[in-house]
Each structure stands twice: as C-alpha cells, then as structure tokens.
Design a protein around this ligand. Sequence first.
Ligand code: HEM
Ligand SMILES: *[C@@H]1O[C@H](CO)[C@@H](O)[C@H](O)[C@H]1NC(C)=O
Length: 544
Amino acid sequence: MNVDILLARPIHVIAFTIALITVTILYRKLHYKRFIQNAHLPQLPSSLLWGHLKVFDEFTKRGKTDRHPDCVFIDMHRALGEPPIILVDNWPIVPPMVVIPTYEVAEQISKPSKTFPYSAPKANSVDHIRPLMGYKSIFMWQNEEWKAIRRRFNPGFAPQHLMTLLPVIVEKMTPYLKNMDEFVRNGKVFSLDEITTNLTFDIIGVVSINEDMHAQEVDRQGELVRMFKQLIKTFADDKLQFPWWMAPLSHLRRRQMGERISQRLREIVRRDFAEMKAKVRNHKQPDRLRTAVALGLQNVETLTSDVLEETCDQLKTFFFAGHDSTSAVLTWAMYELSHTPHALKSVRDELDTLFGKDGARDPAVLIHRMRYISAVLKEAMRLHPPAGSMRYAPPGSGFVLSTPDGGAYNVDGCWLYLNHDMIQRDRAVFGDSADDFVPERWLSPAADGFPVGAWRAFERGPRNCIGQELANIELRVLVAMLAQRYEFTKVGLGELDLDQQGRPTLDDKGQFKVKSELYNMFKITGKPVDGVMMKVKLAQPTAD
Ligand code: HEM
Ligand SMILES: *[C@@H]1O[C@H](CO)[C@@H](O)[C@H](O)[C@H]1NC(C)=O
C-alpha cells in the first residue's frame, strides 16, 4: 500500500465530513428560507432551489413574454383563487416579495404608522438604476434624510408655483404641435411616445433648471437629453431587475454614463447658485431662477460638495421621473380616445364649452374646469398605471398586515409590492367594468363611493409623487391641444378592425373593435410596448 494514501485517508475523511456538514447546514438554511419562514403567506408551490422563479417563468410563457410582470402576477393571483396577498419568492435575485392586490392592505403600507412614521420604508428595488436617478436620490432616501430633501424641493412643485410656469410649459408645446403638423402633412407612421417623451423632457428641463433641453429638435437634440436617453436604453430589458453581480459590465458602463451626466449638471447647479447669490447680494429679485433647483437652494449658504452632489442627484431624479410616466399616460389616454368615439366626443364638447364665447380666459381656471378630461386621464392611469411602489419590512420590525378577510400576516424580511395594475382593477371596487375604459365612472354619483385608496396612480401617503400636479397640468393641456385638432389612428398593435367597407365597428362597450390588444411592458416604468405607433390627420370640424 502506498504511504501517501494512508496519510491522506484521515484528511479525506475530514474533508468529506466538513463538506457533509456544510451541505447539511446550507440545505437546512435554504429549506427554512423556502418552506418555513414564509409558509404562512398564500403562495403557489415553491421549489427548494428555484423558489417561485420557475412558476413565474411558466406563467410568463403562457402569454406575451414581453408583457409587464404585473400581468404575470395577475395570472398567478388568479390561479391561487385571488387571496388578499400573495408571496412570490424569487430570492436570491430579489428578496421574497409580497404582492399586494387590494387597496385595504396597500393603505396600511403607504400610511404613516407606529412602526414606520413615514410609512413603510422604500425597498432598494431600484438600486440598479442609481446611475440614472443619482446615488443620493430622494427616491431612495428614508426617514429624516428623505424628509429634509422633500421639504427643500416641495416649493418647486407646489400648485400655485406651477401655475406661474404655465406660459413656459405651453411654450414647449409649440415645437410639439409643429412636429405633429409635419406628420399630418407627410402621412408618416410615428411613435407618439417618442415625440411625447421629447416634449415632457423639455418641460421638466424648464421647470427644474430653466434650461432648454432641445429635446424636440429632430436629430439635433441637446447633449443632456442624448446622454439621458442613451442611459435609459441600457435598462430597457431589465425585467428581473438584475443586481450588479449578475451583470457587472453593464453596471460599470452605466456608472460611467451617469458620471458624465453629473459633470454637466454640476456646472448648471454651480452657475445657478452663483447667479442667485449675486442677485441676492445686489438686492435684486432673482428673476429667471424660480426653478425647482433654485427654490431648493434658496436657504443654502454655501454650496458644499455634499449639497452640490445631492442637488445634482435630485435633478437626475426629476429628469427621469418627470418625463417618462407622464408620456406613457398621455399616449394611453390618446390611444383610448382614438377608439372610444363617445369619450372623444365628450372631450371635444367640453373643450367647445370651455373655450366658447362665454368661456373663461384664465388658463389656470380653464385647467381646473376640465372635468371630463380629468376623468379621461384618471381612467387612463387606472387601467395603465406607469408605476407602483416597492416597500420593505425590515427583519424584526414586527410589521403585520391585516387583510379584509380577517387574516393577519407578519411580513418581516419581505419586499411589499403595491401593485397598481391589480389594485386599480379590483372588481370588488370597480365592478364588472373594472377592465374597461369608462371615464364616466369618475363623474357619476357612484364615484363618491369609491374608497380613496383604490385609485393610487401617484401613490399615497408621505412618499407619494412630488410631481403629480405638474403631471396633471401637462396632461390636461396636452389632451386639450391634441383632441380638438387631430384625429389619431393606431397602426400595428391595437389597430382598428375595419368592416368590409373600411369602416370601424362598435363593440358592446361603445368602443371600436380592435384587431389586437396594446399592452404595457416593463421599461423601468410601465410603457406601451410598441411606443404607440400612430398616424395622424386633422380632425373634421363637427357638424353641430
Ligand atoms: C403621470 C405621471 C406620473 C406618475 C403616474 C407618477 C407616479 C409616481 C409614483 C407611483 C410614485 C411613488 C413611487 C414609489 O413609491 O417608489 C412617484 C414618486 C415620485 N415622483 Fe412621480 N409620477 C408621475 C410624474 C412625475 C413628475 C412629472 C415628476 C417631476 C419631478 C415626478 C417625480 C417624482 C418623485 C421625485 C418621486 C419620489 C417622491 C418621494 O419619494 O418623496 N413624478 N411618482
Ligand atoms: C425625439 O427623440 C429622438 C431620440 O430619442 C430623436 O431621434 C427624434 O428625432 C426626436 N423627435 C422629435 C419629433 O422630437
């Protein structure tokens, strides 16, 4: 016998024993995490290795594979018999996640509580988009740090202040309508989402830094927009929100691109700050600087590198959050109107009345009188919400969710996903027409009976959307400008199903029949999958 083997034998035994113990410990840990820790939460069958990843994949493949994950959650929820909450365990890609399909439960998470004075903390679910939003973004901060930033920037988004910006907002719509008229002339098919994101980018540019982004100049866009759009594109297919260790190279590239944008923004912030201080020293009113950033810096004495960095990051956040969802909502609203003739007629009637000879002339008054248009937008956001909210119950927080059926579920250690697609189509609230586009529901007396938390496109509670008034103003003005002047026709996905004479036909819900369904996909936020390809012509003046 070889001596080496003799000597090696005890080592083999030890190594084997160690391996066995390690595997056993790991197995027990995994087993606990998969099958014990969250066993009390309603869920589909889980697998030791994959959790719900495989089930999620199976459900994804049952429909359009590029559809928004919310649609997959809806199907999984149905398959389980629609319990008040559902666990989706895709750990270790993301922590175990409790999906919330009902407003009663969502409200417990978005409201301040004893456990969480500023509502349940935001999850770090958007960590991977930090190069885009900034590392010190208001989006990711919690508690007192968050509150200080929110307080600093609230004035820039206050309704009265925004009304003073209305002229510059409307001014940005001139190139937009010019481009639209060009599409009328040349009859080309175009992406309504693309030209609208260009417009909303220009608007957030003036509102936050009073800077012309030149986003709407065909093929000659400003540098900042181009850099931003490039960066956003790198996130386009990020369905599962891969953490950095699953895609280190693209993370590195995104960091570099984010830094380039920061460099440009630092110059702008420094310039505006210096200009403001100079004006204050000379006892002049700072005239051009009533921007969100200037208002956020008005009580700052010295522009330390911390303040500079932090302000840049809020700017990035405003740029991204301020253009993308607003455009998605507008395109959905215009698409719905394009195949809902009675709603389009109501919009036009409202505009005729508002701008008629007895109408008000003050734009602020007009915007507030757009009752039907507001209902159209509210309904578009109910059916096609761009966002949602990912929260977190830290381990040991003892956070318990009460469900309408009398259940009580401890959700410590889980992400809590307030799923707007599910909550806002709740049949218990919106009845059999929950999936239909019915703006009138918001104008009928029954609307008073809708629980407030059942519509939450801007989220609710302290962490709600800071820009919701801006979005509302932009959207109302836009619908008013587009609906009266133009006739949109969807091309490709969601196009009209014409009869033999080439005319659209109505279905039993008063909408034109379509050949296929337009749907949202996940591009950081929910966006219509094809960019909303349209043709446009000038509307015929109505007979009456
Ligand atoms: C129709 C358009 C919009 C929709 C549907 C929307 C929706 C939302 C939602 C659901 C949240 C909560 C997100 C979360 O909990 O993670 C949010 C937060 C936020 N939104 Fe919007 N938003 C819109 C437009 C805007 C605009 C125009 C701005 C302009 C700056 C903006 C800036 C923000 C910011 C900064 C936050 C974070 C607020 C905080 O944490 O205190 N949003 N938005
Ligand atoms: C909008 O932006 C894209 C780039 O993202 C650009 O190619 C296009 O020319 C712009 N179009 C209009 C009409 O503003």
